[in-house]
Ligand binder design. Structure first.
Ligand code: OAD
Length: 275
């Protein structure tokens, strides 16, 4: 049955998803917007408040830490607080339902771990995961933080912001994320600009794209190399690309709207049609 309230391309997307043998779902910041996590490049995006050339690479962050520790504390609070308090929204839950229904590989650029919180699924996290703490060097997993652990760091950062020059205290406050333990350095498992993409997630992501029939791109601005190259790779191999985004339409089929509005009925319609 046609569902015009979801736009003219909705039924076509249902058909493609139903008949696909292998599906890739590629998610970006937009899917977590309804969970309270700001995107990067929208009007109130993170990079609008904290420019990417200063805050999206380790060298820039070190400079800010030395010269403007209070500004760094503000940035960390802006990143950590929403993730500490986030829960999966209807879009994450819909993707989990799709994974239970069909062969699906989920690739995400998000570091918030919300896909996994929506249900037991394997996710290729090509930009890493903020809640995983790894060694420097070596990237060996040291521990997984809970959202409560993150909230404790957030609470301490809030107290720190009442100080004029939080310098040395800042290092102590963020030590669960970045610091030393048992004689080794540790940091969050994050890919910043200039870093290699996370492995084996990136190799797995490329393999998944090469063997899928439909790629569903959700809430990505398609302005970062990783997402652009995966979508280009898909299109050049004849994969059908469906885009769900309120603004970006670079695909074979555009469903214009938010992920939390469109994904639940889309996946329900796939389930109904597949019987
Ligand atoms: P962006 O912030 O660049 O783009 C977010 C996209 O989500 C935009 O296309 C919005 O139109 C869309 N959007 C906003 N709200 C939405 C909603 N409720 N439902 C669906 N879509 C919505 O984020 P990404 O493309 O994910 O990398 O950017 C990826 C990378 O940019 C991040 O991983 C990060 C950043 O620089 C690094 O730091 C290395």
């Amino acid at each position: 049955m046609s569902q015009p309230e979801y736009g003219e391309n909705f039924d076509q997307a249902v058909d493609w998803l139903c008949t696909a043998d292998q599906i890739v779902v590629l998610t970006g910041a937009g899917i977590s917007a309804a969970s309270g996590i700001a995107t990067f490049r929208d009007a109130n995006g993170l990079w609008k408040r904290f420019p990417a050339d200063e805050f999206a690479n380790w060298k820039g962050l070190l400079q800010v830490a030395i010269l403007q520790p209070k500004r760094l504390a503000e940035f960390l609070l802006a990143v950590l607080q929403p993730i500490a308090q986030a829960t999966p929204n209807a879009a994450h839950q819909a993707i989990h339902r799709l994974v239970q229904m069909k062969p699906v590989a989920v690739i995400t650029q998000n570091v918030d771990g919300l896909h996994q919180d929506a249900g037991e699924i394997n996710v290729h996290e090509i930009h890493g995961n903020l809640l995983e703490i790894v060694t420097i060097p070596g990237n060996t997993l040291v521990k997984k933080l809970s959202r409560n652990d993150l909230q404790c760091v957030v609470d301490d950062l809030e107290k720190l912001l009442t100080q004029v020059w939080p310098g040395a205290q800042l290092l102590k406050t963020i030590s669960p994320l970045l610091g030393t333990s048992h004689g080794t350095f540790h940091r969050p498992n994050l890919v910043l600009f200039g870093d290699q993409l996370a492995e084996p997630a990136w190799a797995n992501a490329k393999n998944a794209v090469q063997s899928c029939d439909v790629l569903l791109a959700v809430g990505t601005s398609q302005s970062v190399y990783t997402e652009v190259s995966l979508i280009d790779e898909a299109r050049s191999s004849g994969v059908k690309v469906v885009v769900i985004d309120p603004e970006v339409m670079n695909g074979d089929l555009w469903l214009s709207g938010t992920a939390e509005f469109l994904l639940p009925p889309l996946i329900d319609a796939v389930r109904q049609k597949a019987g």
